[in-house]
Design a protein around this ligand. Structure first.
Ligand SMILES: [Zn+2]
Length: 181
């Protein structure tokens, strides 16, 4: 793929991935637009290469700001997210991450939560999240806190490598393990 930017995604072990990001100021959003566009493009590029990938957090490219770029039915820019009303009910899943594309980690996430955030126009939003979007946003929010899925492993056997040589279609995730993030 020409002009790939995937190398800009920091990999597991990079010290920046373990640092807490800082809040975005309203007057900063315009100056961050290039980075926000890059993040959105990386989600699309990663998905094209690996067959999975719905969101990325700014610290994953070393931008230590509280920004999540998500692409599901369309592009969403989630600025200064706050999680609340985390359910006591938990879900267990095999999590993945653009910082370690061939590794799955079994983690527990809250089944539902409430997300409040600002968008690029500084409009406030409140989303009630459950299931796959709930765990996705918890994963991305963790990045803003400097926490990786590897640190959430349910036990010391909760790791599984994906066999990238077994791929025939470019979709590297085994179908029995639905791709998550
Ligand atoms: Zn991640």
């Amino acid at each position: 793929m020409p002009n790939s930017n995937l190398h800009k995604i920091l990999k597991l072990g990079n010290p920046l991935l373990y640092q807490k990001s800082i809040e975005v100021e309203p007057n900063e959003v315009l100056s961050l637009q290039n980075e926000i566009d890059l993040l959105h493009n990386l989600v699309l590029e990663f998905r094209a290469k690996y067959g999975a990938g719905r969101a990325i957090a700014a610290p994953q490219i070393g931008l230590m700001k509280r920004i999540i770029c998500m692409n599901t039915d369309k592009r969403y820019t989630i600025i200064n997210p706050v999680l609340s009303e985390l359910s006591t009910e938990m879900m267990e899943l095999w999590d993945d991450c653009m910082c370690f594309p061939n590794l799955l980690v079994k983690v527990k996430r809250h089944q539902s939560c409430v997300l409040t955030f600002r968008d690029e126009n500084w409009v406030e939003h409140r989303w009630d999240l459950k299931d796959d979007l709930s765990e996705l946003i918890q994963h991305e929010y963790d990045h803003l806190e400097g926490i990786l899925a590897t640190q959430r492993a349910v036990d010391d056997r909760a790791f599984r490598m994906i066999d990238s040589t077994a791929s025939t279609s470019g979709l590297k995730h085994p179908s029995i393990l639905p791709p998550t993030n």
